[in-house]
Every structure is written in C-alpha cells, then in structure tokens.
Design a protein around this ligand. Structure first.
Ligand code: GLN
Length: 489
C-alpha cells in the first residue's frame, strides 16, 4: 500500500478494500517504526489522526467522498492546524497550539483527508538542510548520514520513506524543490498567489508559497486541485479561475518547446547531476520535445538579491515574536525591554538571528537605497529575463540543485555554501513563477548509497497544468519516481 499513487489509494478506499482507519494505521505504524531514526515528524497525535480517518470512513460509506477523502497526508509544521502544536521548527513556538486552521489545512480537512502529523523543518523555513530546526535534524532516507534538504526536510523524508501518502511544503527560495531533488520525489512550487498563505507562518511574504510534495506529478495535480484557489483572507491570493490540474496530464508533448538556460549548465554543476539531466533531456527528445538554448543573464544575481530581500521581510515578519501575546517568554526579566530582548535571544536560533540582523541592516536609514531598493530593482530584471525566455519556449528545464545530498554537518559552518544550494531555484521565487522538481535518476553510488537527482521544470505564470503534463509524460516512460530507499521497505 505504501508505494501506491493517490489515485490507487483512493480506489482502495472507494472499493472498501481498505478503510481510511486501516490506511492511517499503516502509516502511523511506519512512523512509529522509522521516525525515531529519521525525525521527519515533530508532532504526531494518533488519536486526532484516527478520529479524522473514522470521519472519512463515514463519508465514504455515505457515498459523499471525493478523491482525497480518507488519505493520510503529512503537513509541514509551518501551517497552523487548529488544536495541533504548530512550532515552525522554533523554540519560540515550541509550545504554541494553533487556535485556527491555515487555508491549506482547511482545504485538506474540507475534503476529508487525514492529517498524520506535523513535519520537521528548518527554523522559520530558513535553511537548506533541516539542520536549523530546534527539534533536531532530519535524516535522508537514501543515506542516513546525509541531509534531506530544507527547509521542508521533514515532509521530504516522510515522502521518501513512505511515512505518509504525500505531504505539503513551502518554498520561499527552493524549499520544496531542493529537498525533492535530494530525496527523489516530485515537488511543485506554484505561481505566487495561487495557494493562500493564510495561517502559513510568514518568513518572506513576497516569496513564500505552499505546494505539494508527492511521489508523482499526477499526485501533485490531485493535491493542487485541493490546495489552489482564491482566499480573501490573504491579500496576495490571486483570483484565478479554479482549474482541474489533472485535465492536461495525458496531452502529447510533440511540439513542446523547451528552453535550456546556459547559466544553469555552467561551472559549479556536479558532473553526476549534469549526466542525469542530459539523459532526461534525451528522453524528452524521444517524447517529441524540441530544445532551444536560452539565457537568463541576471540569474547569477538571484542569490545576492534573495539574501537582501528575504532577510528584510523576515526581520519585519519576526518582529511579532516579542514574548507578549504568544510564543516563548523568558523566565526572569527586569523590565519590558529586558523581557523582549531575553525572550528573543532565547527563542530564536543562530540562523534566524543572522537573518534578522541582515534584514534590519538593509532596511535601515542610509542603507535602504543601497541594498533593499537596489535588490528590488534587480528582482525586476530577473523577472524580465524569464519574460523574454518564455517568448522562445513553453517551459524551461535544468538541474534543480547543483549536487546531490550532502553530509550532515558539512555546510553548517559556511552559510554561503548552504545558500548556494538554491542557485537554480531562487530566481523562480523572485519572479513569482511556478517550478517543479522531478526524480530523474541517481548519482554514481557512494558507500553503497544511490543518491537521487532531480530535474527542474520552470513554467510561465499559471502554467502548472502544462508543467504537470510535461512531468507526467516523463513519468509514464521512466520509473525513478517509484524507487524507494533501501532498508525502509
Ligand atoms: N534555503 C533558502 C533559505 O534558507 C530557501 C528556504 C525556503 O525556501 N524556505 O532561505
């Protein structure tokens, strides 16, 4: 059951071959077995999950079930879920019980899906390895000595180790796609504004976007059908007509124009990754796609631009954690100012503090024009590059990450090396475009471990259905997306 597609799981439930309670129990059992090692989940509440499963079984019995009814999902701990502890991977929120549901959670609840638990993540979604979590690192199921990527590392490991049917994540600079590449599954970051950010704990509001993390493009499409949609409670939610993301899945690819940005195949790309990406391109050629060389001349500026803008927004968003209304409050203090300072000093980890310092600096009088304003201007140039590129092609392809999963601890003392993980993903967030990562193969085996490699697809605004179609066509002729790490069967 654990390696089945969402469609098949749905059929198992509809035919009453399995109940949602049984399916949920199967995954809870696996979580009990593997989570102590992998640490994918921060919070599990079997009683709550099973109550939802029971309710789902009633819907199925009554004949009012929809496709995802009764299917158990893992939810990134960045989404507020009513009565669930919601930590965002931080000591600051270690005891915070959310009083309401995020839009994404409400959407899953609305269709009667089951919440298996809240997944581990880098603190406030800042990181590329899940090592900044207050709740400890997450292990990559393909090699337990390596990181799963981040910030959605818990969801990533849960999907890879089949500790859920699928999961949600968020992607501010690559946090769905980079772990998808490192853990060998399919992840989609939608067009900015397509999925409501209501109740999703804010990191960098102009970049944050929630999306599905699943085995296949078809699974992602089914999840998008539930997740996407206008929500008046998020002022940046887009009033885009509701779409069926599965509708175009089977469309043939003949005539598809694919752009290959030369900047994504330049120095810094591991030869192992390049080889896998080249093979994927060859497969797409066989499927009828045509390739054109394109250029994204400002792509190299996306990391510096992001590391001005994201910390600026984070410093503002995180000012709400003052120890007064909710979150960590220091035990002893002299006066109000002392209480603020001690609560924040104790509640935030090192990376979060680094970002607050950078963000406050670039927004301060005298530096605002030099850094923040300049970064905003370059952000437009980066978006313009894509606009020009999409005049030449329908979709852009390249590597998701320059390398495969790295060893735990390998980059913890070098923030810039960590930041470079997102060199191919961040421009998409800056432009607000949708991006995907799909499993495309493995590196040469290291110490007996095969490490997954992802292929990135970047689409034009609202072209999710087309991207899912392009990914699905590839997954019809390859089976990388069904491969499971050894030792977790
Ligand atoms: N790795 C990037 C960062 O640390 C992106 C994180 C994300 O997408 N949430 O900011």
């Amino acid at each position: 059951m654990i390696n089945q597609s969402l469609k098949n799981l749905s059929q198992l439930l509809a035919s009453k071959a399995v109940s949602s309670v049984e399916m949920t129990q199967t995954f809870l059992e696996r979580i009990r077995q593997y989570n102590p090692t992998i640490n994918a989940y921060i919070t599990i509440d079997e009683e709550k999950s099973l109550a939802q499963a029971k309710a789902a079984d009633s819907l199925i019995a009554a004949g009012t079930a929809t496709t995802l009814t009764g299917i158990p999902f893992a939810q990134k701990d960045i989404f507020c879920a009513k009565d669930w502890r919601t930590t965002c991977g931080s000591k600051m929120l270690a005891n915070f019980i959310a009083p309401y549901d995020a839009h994404v959670i409400a959407q899953f609840n609305h269709v009667g899906a089951v919440n298996l638990g809240k997944t581990n993540m880098d603190e406030f979604a800042m990181g590329s390895s899940n090592e900044t979590s207050y709740f400890g690192g997450v292990k990559n199921p393909w090699d337990l000595t390596r990181v799963p990527g981040g910030s959605s590392g818990g969801s990533a490991a849960a999907v890879a180790a089949r500790l859920c049917a699928a999961a949600t994540g968020t992607d501010t600079g690559g946090s769905i796609r980079q772990p998808a590449s490192l853990c060998g599954f399919t992840g989609l970051k939608p067009t900015y504004g397509l999925v409501s950010r209501y109740g999703m704990i804010a990191f960098a509001s102009s970049l944050d976007q929630a999306g599905p993390m699943a085995k296949s493009a078809e699974d992602c499409a089914l999840m998008m059908n539930v997740m996407a949609g206008f929500d008046a409670r998020d002022s940046t939610s887009l009033n885009h007509p509701k779409e069926d993301y599965t509708a175009k899945l089977e469309q043939p690819l003949a005539g598809l124009k694919v752009g290959l940005p030369k900047e994504y195949f330049a120095e810094g790309l591991d030869s192992d990754v390049a080889k896998v990406v080249d093979e994927a391109i060859a497969t797409y050629q066989k499927l009828g796609a045509e390739f054109v060389d394109i250029s994204l001349p400002n792509a190299s500026l996306s990391i510096p631009v992001y590391y001005v803008l994201a910390p600026a927004e984070a410093s503002s968003n995180l000012s709400r954690y003052d120890g007064v209304r909710y979150g960590h409050r220091t035990a002893q203090y002299d006066d109000l100012m002392d209480m603020y300072m001690k609560s924040r000093a104790e509640g935030f980890g090192e990376e979060v503090k680094r970002r607050i310092l950078i963000g406050t600096y670039v927004l301060s009088a005298g530096y605002y024009d030099a850094y923040y304003l300049k970064a905003q201007q370059i952000r437009h140039l980066i978006a313009d590059d894509f606009k020009a590129a999409f005049k030449q092609c329908d979709i852009i392809m390249g590597p998701t990450v320059p390398s495969t999963a790295f060893k735990t601890g390998e980059k913890t003392d070098d923030p810039v090396a960590m930041y470079l993980q997102d060199i191919y993903t961040i421009a998409t967030n800056l432009a607000g475009l949708p991006g995907m990562s799909i499993p495309a193969g493995f590196s040469a085996s290291i110490d007996g471990h095969d490490l997954p490699v992802g292929l990135q697809l970047i689409g034009n605004y609202f072209d999710e259905a087309r991207m899912l179609n392009v990914a699905h066509a590839y997954q019809q002729v390859t089976d990388w997306h069904t491969a499971m790490p050894k030792g977790i069967e």
